[in-house]
Structure formats: C-alpha cells, structure tokens
Design a protein around this ligand. Sequence first.
Ligand code: HMG
Ligand code: MG
Length: 310
Amino acid sequence: MTLPMAVPAADLPARVRIHEVGARDGLQNEKSAVPTEVKAEFIRRLADAGLTTIEATSFVHPKWVPQLADAEDLFPRVRDLSGVALPVLVPNRRGLDRALALGARRVAVFASATESFAKANLNRTVDESLAVFDPVVRQAKEAGAHVRGYVSMCFGDPWEGAVPLHQVVRVCRALRDMGCDELSLGDTIGVATPGHVLGLLSLLNEEGVPTNVVGVHFHDTYGQALANTYAALEHGVTTVDASAGGLGGCPFAKSATGNLATEDLVWMLQGLGIDTGVDLGRLTATSVWMAGQLGRPSPSRTVRALSHQE
Ligand code: HMG
Ligand code: MG
C-alpha cells in the first residue's frame, strides 16, 4: 500500500501548509559536514515533491552552528526555485543583513519561552533577545519580507522542567506586537501532549493571538508529534512544521531529537483527505536519498514502511 485510504473527519481544515524544516532544523544537528551541493539538491528534490515552504538555512554565527556556515554559498543556489518560499533564520541584525543582501524574502527570528534556553541558544536573556529582535523585525518588514517568530520550549524545558503557559503567551504576544506575520510554537524537546497543545492554543486565543497566525513545530522525542498535530488541526491550525525523513534536533538542547517526519504527517493528512500538494512517493524517495548521503536510515516510520528498509 503506498497511500492510505482517504476517510475525512469532521471539522478539520481542508488544506494544510507544510513548513518543511529538514534542510535547516534537520541539518543543523548533523555531526558530519554535509556538502553544500548535497543541501541544494535536497532542497530541489523537496520542491520537486511539492513542498512550497522550505526553510533553507540560518544566517547565524558560523562558530555557533558550523553545520550551516555555508549559508552564503547555499542560498543563491536555490533562491530562484519557482513557486517555493525559502525562509531563513536570522538571530540578529547581522543575520538579517546577510539574508537580505542575498535576496531572502522570508526570515524567521527565534525566541525562547524560557531563560535557560534563551541563554544557551542566543547568549541572551529572554528580554534581551526580544530587544534584539524588535528592530530586526521592523527592518525586515520595511524591506518587504515576511517574518516568522519561533518560540522554543513552549511545552517543557530540559533545565527548567514544566513551562507555565502564561510565560509562552507573553513571548508570543511580544513577537506579534513587533510585527511578526506568523508564529511557530516549538516543542523543542518533544514533551508536549495533545491536551497541553489545546490548552496553549486556547489561551493564546483568549489573549488575542488568533489561530490563523499560529503554526506548530513538534519534535518527536516521545512519539507524540502526530497526536499533537491532530489536536492542533482540530483547533484550526493550518500550518504544520515537519522535517523530511524526521531529520533534526537542536545542538543547544541535547534532549531534542528529530522533528515530526514530513512523510508521517503527509500519510495522516492524506488519510484525512486533507490537501497538502505533496507527492508522498517523491518525498519518500528524497528522504531515502538523503539517508544515503548521511549514511544512516531515516527514523521516519512511513519512510521505512514505504521503502521497505526493514
Ligand atoms: P554572541 O556570541 O553573543 O554574538 O552570539 P555577539 O552579538 O556578541 O557578536 C559576537 C561576534 O559574532 C561579532 O563578531 C559579531 O559580528 C558576530 P566580532 O565583532 O567579534 O568579529 N556575529 C555574527 N556573525 C555572523 N552572523 C551573525 C552574527 N551575529 C553576531 N548572525 C548569536 C549571539 C545570536 C549570534 C549566537 O548565539 C547564534 O548565532 N546563535 C544561533 C543559535 C542557533 O542557530 N540555534 C539553532 C536554531 S533555533 C532552533 O533550532 C529551535 C527551532 O527549531 C524551534 C524549536 O524547535 O523550538 C527554531
Ligand atoms: Mg526545532
């Protein structure tokens, strides 16, 4: 069987936009250096499989994330792909200038709901990092760019444990007030469960953040990512982050594993009759190819099932 039988469920969105993060979140965590041309080919193949939002790389400090130090070389190789938005991460003014100079049209700042991760990831407190982002978001908007605001550690933090919802909402609101067009709620270490997801989405609504500007970003450490996604869909979320083949993690949060695998997500969405525009066969072939480049099999259950790797 190469596709699930489509049996729609009531009250779910008709279409979901997948924000593919494999080339960024996936490859930022690789131990060995992936050649720039392999990254470019990965992005081209993802586009060929029908993904229309493909996070390409990060313009961060090359010493902090050496895996993505080739951003200047990579981005021009893919920026002209037609019909594909290629967001890039920018941690500060320097990163934004680098991205805009190469013609980036979509950028993402990345905040944290917790002090520990803000320090580990950005070398700043939460408020210091928000103060850095404020002029970055403004300048990006003035340049006509679309801005995403990530919030990490929304559901739990490896150093601080449980994260109070109001702490998450405060950072979300600050990013919206700066002018971020959309937010992405990061479960960086994959500890969320569906009720928790619904609780955060409801509180965001109560505090004036509408669901149509919110995407979800689940890492799959505890195998909850699909269940959490289903809960988010029921709440009306239509933007879901995922990583081809389940690549991923975060070098600054050791307990983070890969993101929700795009193939696992597409299998579920196709089964629900929800349109994504993605060709599951081509996507799986891409992840199998990438697994060959990285020298290990994909952790995605769907990739394994469809490619008979086990
Ligand atoms: P810092 O050391 O505090 O930087 O790092 P600084 O502002 O003090 O500057 C020090 C030097 O770095 C200066 O150079 C700057 O010019 C240079 P000098 O004057 O000494 O020669 N510099 C830069 N160079 C190139 N590009 C830049 C840049 N910025 C400063 N953009 C900094 C602060 C934010 C730069 C650093 O902490 C950093 O790059 N962090 C990035 C961390 C990262 O990429 N983490 C992974 C992405 S987040 C994630 O994965 C979570 C997510 O997936 C959601 C989820 O799962 O929750 C999004
Ligand atoms: Mg992530």
